[in-house]
Design a protein around this ligand. Sequence first.
Ligand code: HEM
Length: 529
Amino acid sequence: MSDQNKPSSATGELENDNTLTNRQGHPISDNQNVRTVGNRGPTTLENYHFLEKITHFDRERIPERVVHARGAGAHGYFESYGKVGDEPVSKYTRAKLFQQAGKQTPVFVRFSTVVHGTHSPETLRDPRGFAIKFYTEDGNWDLVGNNLKIFFIRDPLKFPDMVHAFRPDPVTNVNNMERMFDFLSQTPEATHMVTFLFSPWGIPANYRQMQGSGVNTYKWVNQDGQAVLVKYHWEPLTQGIKNLKQAEASTIQANNYSHATQDLYEAIERGDYPEWELCVQIMSDGPHDELEFDPLDPTKLWPVDQFPFLRVGKMVLNRNPENYFAEVEQASFGTGVLVDGLDFSDDKLLQGRTFSYSDTQRYRVGTNYLQLPINSPKKHVATNQRDGQMTYRVDAGEHQNPHVNYEPSSLGGLQEATQTAKEHQPAYNDRLVHEKISRSNDFAQAGRTYREFDEWEREELISNLIGNLKICKPHIQEKMIEYFTQADPDYGRRVSEGLANAAREGKDHTSSTAADKAVRDAENMGHDA
Ligand code: HEM
C-alpha cells in the first residue's frame, strides 16, 4: 500500500506531467482505495488524499447566477471601423477602442437564457442574454445586453418581483404561467416586450443567429465633455437571424437541452466563426419632448427612420473556452464597467442594474472576483484595495512603495491619473420623488411591432398567447386582452376570440362564463368577436 502523505521525493519514481497529484503536489499512487484497517475497514481519519478530494468536491458548486444562470461563452475580438456611419467617431466619443480603423480589442462573450436554472433547456421562450467584456487598453468595458431590444419594465424596483413571478411557484416548485400573466396584467409597460416574447422572436434558433442589444440608453462623451445619448445593437453578419416556432423548439427540446451551447461550440471548432456588426443609434442629450416616448425608457424602440443604425465595428468569436467553469461560469459582467468616453444615462433601470451586478458577484464569485483571469483587465492594475478571501495577487504599482497602501501619500504610493479630457457634467435641479416617467405611452409601439410582424409571426404570437393565457383566471385574461386591444384592435380581437374558442372546445380550465365575457368585452370595444 502506498503512503500518500509522503512528499514526492520519498516515493522514489519521478513523475511526468500526467502523474496524478493532490493539490499539494504530492503524487497519488492509489486513487481507488481509501486507507482502512484491513480491507473490510473501518477507515481512518488520516486519509488526507480522500478528505481533500471529497471536501473539494463538496464545494464544487458556487451559487448560480440569480438570473441568466444557463449560458455559453466564447472568446474573440472586436474590430473598429474608426467611424460612426460616415462621420469620425471622435465627434461623439473619445473611447480609445473605437478611434482607429482596424484596431482590434479582445473580447469574451457570454450568451444566456434568463429565467431558469443552470441546466434548464435552451429552447425555452425567454429573452437571451448577450454580454460582452471588451479588454481595452483603458481597462474593461462590459456591454451587458439581451437579444431583444427592449425590456419588460422601466423601474429597477420591480425587477425582483418580476423575476419571482416568472419563476416556479414557491410552494409547488412547478412553473405556472398564471403567475407570470398575473404580474404582466398589472404591468402595462410590459405589453411591447410580451409582444416580442410570445412571437417567434422569443425563441432564437441558437446563440449565433440572433441579434444583441444594450437595451438601456447610454451616453457617449467626446474630448470636450459633450455627450450624446446612444443605444447599442449587434447585427449578425453571415450567419443571419433565425427564430423558432413553438413546435420546432419543442421538437429540439425533446432531444437536446443544450442545443445552443453545442451549436456555438461546434461552429467555432470547425472554424465557422460567428460575426456581428456593432451599430449605434444616436440622439442629442436631452428629454426630447417632441417624441411620443422618453429616450430613457427601455420599454421603447428608437424608430430607425428617425435614428438610423450607424455601423461602428464588428465582432468575431473565434476561440472556445478551455474550461467552462473557470471562464464561462465565473465570468462577471456589469453595467457599471465603462471606459473613458462611455457614460451612463439617467435611465433608472440602468442605474438599478449598475448597483446589482457587482453586488451579486461579490456574493456569487467572491470579493476578489476581479482577480480571476477571465475578469481581470489585460492591462496593468494598481489599486490600494487589499486582502479579502482568495487574494491571489497584490494589484500594486510597479514602483509603488509596498508599505504605502493608501492615497494620498508623500512616501511613494499610487498617484491619481492626470485628467486629459473634459469631464461630462450634467446639471440637475428637480424635486426628489417616487414617480413614473410622464410619457409612458405603453401600447403604441406594441401595436406597431404587431403590425410589422409577418403574418406567420402574428399567428405564432396569438397561438402562443392563447396556449399560455387559457389557464389563467378570467380577470387576468381580460386585462391582457384590454392591453392587446389598446396596442392594436386586431391583436386584442384575435387573442379574445382564440381564448373564447379554447374555452368552448373545453381544452382549458376556464369557465365558459369567462370565455363568453372575453367575447363580450371584445364586442364592447367595438370589434368583431
Ligand atoms: C445577469 C440584475 C435587467 C441583462 C444579471 C444578474 C443580476 C442582474 C443580479 C446576475 C449577474 C451575475 O451573477 O453575474 C438585473 C437587474 C435588472 C436587470 C436588477 C433590472 C433592474 C437586465 C436587462 C438586461 C439584462 C434590462 C438586458 C439589457 C443581463 C445579462 C446577464 C444578467 C445578459 C447575464 C450576464 C452574464 O452572462 O454573466 N442581471 N438585471 N439585465 N443581466 Fe440583468
